[in-house]
Design a protein around this ligand. Structure first.
Ligand SMILES: [Zn+2]
Length: 297
């Protein structure tokens, strides 16, 4: 992997880079230590699963490797991070793979609790990213329904859910939702607008960009997110994740589809904005707390 964090309790991730790592750790314990053979080794924490990782190649690169990288360790690193084998085995940095959408962790683990807490506390940022990437201005009512579906589906226990992909797995786990009556954003994909107008019988987009019925007849139009995919970049071990957004009139009639890449860095950037600049929408956070908050108590 090409990212790390210093402590399990930290949020977000950082790109592995010797200068930064040295400045943050001052080459001291618990990150710098000696292994059983008396060699200097460096440790940090996996930002996706909170397990300990070893940083390889910070000072001497192994043959045919261009950049230092992180690798999950096989044991706990004292004073830094405990090994949690179940979370490590689920971690996409440990082993990217196709996942069953129905595969869940066995219980509410510390990582899944953290995922839930992040979703609640950052729900306005989650919504911001969802609106921006889909072009659909999900209404408060629709967002509440999505939260309820996520809760019923136990989306926070999905084994593909990590500390880094919270916004997208929320959408992924909210199943199919009707978008009749929803508004499209001004910057939404022109292909989406055209597809709805041309390929969904009885659908139209009003002047103020609302998805409406053309006649009094019934209109079915839904959005759903499918095909969560993970892959690791061969060169630097970076993780790429995506899912597919599908707009359909019924399950076998797709009107529009688009791959949505998970922009982990953008979510982290939003989470780190504090103070007035943050322009938080606490009403959305409050709503997430109403639907999910008791799961944490
Ligand atoms: Zn991990």
């Amino acid at each position: 992997m090409d990212v790390y964090k210093l402590r399990p309790e930290n949020a977000g991730s950082q790109h592995i880079d010797r200068e930064t790592f040295e400045a943050q750790t001052l080459r001291d314990k618990p990150w710098y230590r000696q292994n059983g053979k008396g060699e200097d080794v460096q440790y940090a924490v996996c930002p996706a699963c909170d397990n300990p990782i070893q940083i390889i190649g910070l000072y001497r690169l192994p043959p045919r490797v261009n950049n230092p990288f992180g690798r999950h360790t096989g044991q706990s690193v004292p004073d830094l991070a405990e090994l949690d084998p179940e979370e490590r085995d689920n971690c996409p940095y440990f082993k990217p793979r196709p996942r069953e959408k129905s595969a869940r962790r066995r219980s509410l683990t510390p990582v899944s609790q953290k995922i839930l807490r992040t979703l609640i506390e950052q729900f306005d940022r989650v919504v911001y990213l969802l609106r921006k990437q889909t072009g659909i201005q999900f209404s408060r009512n629709l967002l509440r329904k999505m939260l309820e579906t996520y809760r019923a589906e136990k989306g926070y226990l999905y084994i593909g859910a990590t500390l880094l992909n919270v916004p997208w797995i929320f959408a992924y786990m909210s199943n199919s939702q009707s978008i009749v009556g929803q508004y499209l954003r001004e910057d939404s994909d022109p292909d989406l607008i055209l597809a709805i107008q041309d390929r969904a019988p009885n659908a139209m987009i009003s002047d103020d960009r609302q998805i409406c019925r053309k006649t009094k007849d019934f209109l079915s139009l839904a959005v759903c997110f499918i095909h969560h995919r993970e892959s690791k970049d061969r060169d630097d071990g970076g993780l790429m994740e995506s899912m597919k957004m599908v707009v359909s009139t019924d399950p076998d009639r797709w009107v529009h589809q688009k791959v949505i890449p998970f922009d982990h860095q953008e979510f982290q950037r939003l989470v780190q904005i504090h103070g007035e600049k943050a322009r938080r929408q606490m009403d959305l956070v409050e709503m997430a707390k109403e639907v999910l908050g008791d799961l944490l108590s």
